[in-house]
Design a protein around this ligand. Structure first.
Ligand code: DGI
Ligand code: FE
Ligand code: FE
Ligand code: FE
Length: 188
């Protein structure tokens, strides 16, 4: 496996400066959330470094990786924005030597979430919403909810994503809704 510094070098050289800055924000927020909520900060940091590694891959290459490796092909009939997390999880293992399944899962589920999100999944997904560089409408509310609990923060995050998709008349990936519903069920 690569050292942390080698990983940073390899990942940052694959993306525009603005995406690397976002990634550094996710690293910072993920470590803070991990420490606050009892996840492993070292795993949170590595997952954050890699979470958007495939974000700028050409669409045809993402599609090929999904098809050729038996990944979740259902994604191919949904928004292309959903593909980079599945591809990122695969290349984290294949190309970057990450063998820890908790880290791989946190990368895989960082966009849609999943039913039964692990503690590390929640930390990375929420950090992606609230990292210091984010400034979309409603981000302050998500940051406030993130202080209450991981689940409240993520519900606010998924609600904002779903609201945006509704307002743009875009297709909602069903797992995004199932993840949000599952987090609400976890509150009771
Ligand atoms: O990669 P990031 O931009 O840091 O963040 P992300 O991995 O959470 O991806 C966000 C993008 O994914 C954003 O453009 C909205 C899109 N997205 C998330 N959930 C859904 C979705 N798009 C559709 N169509 N349906 C979803 O359920
Ligand atoms: Fe992402
Ligand atoms: Fe996200
Ligand atoms: Fe991200």
């Amino acid at each position: 496996a690569l050292s942390r510094e080698e990983l940073i070098q390899a990942v940052s050289s694959q993306m525009p400066a603005k995406r690397w800055k976002h990634t550094q924000g996710v690293m910072e927020s993920a470590v803070i959330l991990a420490e606050k909520y009892g996840a492993d900060p070292v795993k949170a940091d590595i997952a954050a470094i890699l979470h958007d590694v495939a974000k700028y891959w050409p669409v045809a290459e993402m599609e090929a990786v999904i098809r050729d490796n038996g990944l979740n092909a259902e994604l191919l009939s949904h928004d292309k924005q959903l593909w980079h997390s599945e591809v990122g999880a695969f290349v984290a293992e294949r190309d970057y030597g990450v063998s820890d399944s908790e880290i791989i899962n946190a990368i895989r589920w960082h966009t849609s979430g999943r039913v039964g999100m692990s503690l590390l999944d929640k930390v990375v997904c929420l950090a992606d919403y609230i990292e210091p560089g984010r400034d979309f409408p409603g981000v302050e509310h998500i940051r406030e909810q993130a202080q209450r609990s991981l689940e409240e923060g993520l519900i606010a995050g998924f609600d904002s994503t779903i609201s945006l998709l509704l307002s743009q008349r875009r297709v909602i990936y069903p797992l995004t809704v199932l993840s949000r519903n599952d987090l609400i069920a976890q509150l009771h």
